[in-house]
Design a protein around this ligand. Sequence first.
Ligand SMILES: [Mg+2]
Length: 213
Amino acid sequence: MIRAILFDLDNTLYPASSGLDREIDRRMTVFTARYLGISEQEAHLLRKTDARRHGTTLQWLREVYGFHDIEEYIVEVHPQNVSSFLSYDPRLAEMLSQLPYPKAILTNSPIEHAERVLECLKVRFYFDAVLDIRFNQFRGKPYPEAYRQAAHMLGTRIEEVLFIDDLPPYLTAFKALGGHPLLVDEEGKHTDVGIPSIPTVLDLPVYLEKITS
Ligand SMILES: [Mg+2]
């Protein structure tokens, strides 16, 4: 039984093909390379391997390299001009307005970025809460506490929450806690992860109808 829905933000509420998340990823690599004094190629590789164990690049830099200028990092890696990447699609607001569940955002991004994106997509109104990386003391997804806190904010138990995200590791961790995971897989790249998927968040009502009927 599903009683609440938890949404990722980047590449979930808007398509990966917008390029916004790719730009953030590029900026994280540039920042990492400069901070560690290595090439961007090396930084990219380390981010996709070593950093993964720490949840986010920021947390990895903090825990392994003693990085502490969190505000500088946040400002530098998140573009102000999200509207250059995103286009407003009225179908998203319409879909959210018709979902009869409490809804929250769980993102590993900072709130400034989340608010810019939600404003650009004109959907902030539909979410009861936006839980960002600071809310989770920089230990966001895939740490169990992040999901527990989110379920608590939604006034329900993890077992009754549907969580929609574009990254399989975050969904696998959620599933391990007993929740209902749903993958947004725009290009159909993850057919082997054992998690149900839809190509776009706009297909959420169809999916819900299928599993609740
Ligand atoms: Mg995402």
